[in-house]
Design a protein around this ligand. Structure first.
Ligand code: 5GP
Ligand code: MN
Length: 333
């Protein structure tokens, strides 16, 4: 589906007063950054706005301005169901299918409200009336920047909005090192810096805010759990829930871990498997260059994402899931 013109969006947005913003399960920096940036922007247009996410998100995102107003479906379902009923439109950010919201998605599926989809993942579903979709965007935060500028409101981008946008741009690009980074990324950052945000403070707030247990978990995974297969081209970790609990696992503690084996020369595909508290196996995939883990995750592991960063799930045991991966990954490299 083609993107909606900013002229149409600007006109229709005038009719919407009560607005709900939602993002995906296990919200990350881009999910929270884009949602809260849009929240602050819509407040400047005198809208009644709420951000709601399916489940809890890591503590290292809780400094974001507006965090104390965010609702979480696992805790606030009744309140959120009422807000869905009252809303004039619903913005869905940083995901491409309502199934990425788990139970919250079921509540939204047949609500009959007009949806906006603002996202950079491949192959979006067609549930939205209004689209701002671009797989070349490094993050949904880049698209929120485009959205605000496209509506002629660049001057409304203040320090709060910039802090939120910088966070998503930074986390979704691995601190500005992935191939998705280009002149536009840095041009946006330059604009955001003019509002007075301090990049080093944002990096510290996000990356220097973990526990001692988390660092020990990282050490344990690297020294005890890393497997390298396929002539050193594929590396993966798999970890049980019991192992995670030994390190007092908290949401966000394994974020980024999947990427570590890329520092080994020749590694092209990385994966991370863990027994999720929800009862299934959660998987993260990463790849280099033309190797497409989005297709791979869709084909074998009920998932999706981007070409070089995707996720999936399995209802089999951890060992069976890993065995299947070892069998199928031969296709990739
Ligand atoms: P992560 O490995 O960091 O959880 O996710 C990597 C990328 O894949 C993110 O952009 C995320 O939104 C997407 N992703 C993660 N898990 C799933 C999934 O189960 N289904 C789909 N469609 N996308 C996923
Ligand atoms: Mn994203």
């Amino acid at each position: 589906m083609a993107n909606t013109s900013f002229k149409v969006i600007k006109n229709d947005l005038k009719k919407f007063k009560n607005i709900l913003i939602v993002s995906h399960y296990s919200p990350d920096g881009d999910a929270m950054g884009s949602s809260l940036a849009l929240y602050h922007y819509l407040l400047t247009l005198n809208k009644k706005v709420t951000v709601a996410v399916p489940n809890e998100y890591p503590d290292f995102l809780k400094w974001l301005p507006g965090n104390n107003k965010v609702l979480v479906y696992t805790k606030d379902a009744i309140k959120i169901d009422k807000l869905i009923a009252k809303s004039d439109c619903i913005f869905t950010l940083d995901f491409n299918t309502l199934s990425r919201l788990e139970d919250f998605g079921k509540a939204l599926q047949n609500c009959g409200k007009p949806f906006f989809l603002i996202d950079h993942h491949q192959q979006p579903d067609s549930y939205a009336k209004y689209m701002l979709h671009n797989v070349d965007a490094c993050s949904t935060c880049e698209l929120i920047y485009d959205f605000i500028v496209g509506l002629g409101d660049k001057n409304k981008i203040d320090k709060k909005i910039s802090n939120c946008l910088y966070t998503g741009l930074m986390t979704d690009t691995g601190s500005f090192r992935y191939p998705s980074v280009n002149t536009k990324t840095h041009a946006i950052i330059a604009e955001l810096l003019k509002t007075g945000i301090v990049p080093s403070d944002i990096h510290s707030a996000v990356y220097d805010n973990y526990s001692y247990d988390r660092l020990k978990l990282l050490g344990y995974c690297l020294s005890e759990k890393l497997k390298i297969i396929n002539a050193n081209k594929v590396a993966y970790f798999s970890i049980t829930n019991a192992e995670l609990q030994k390190f007092n696992f908290k949401k966000g503690d394994t974020e980024g871990l999947v990427n570590y084996p890329f520092s080994i020369s020749g590694v092209k595909v990385c994966a991370f498997f863990n027994e999720a508290p929800e009862g299934y196996i959660k998987i993260s995939f990463r790849s280099k260059g033309n190797i497409d883990v989005n297709k791979f995750a869709r084909k074998y592991f009920n998932g999706g994402g981007h070409k070089n960063a995707a996720g999936g799930k399995s209802n089999k045991s951890l060992n069976e899931t890993v065995s299947e991966f070892e069998k199928f990954v031969v296709e990739l490299c």
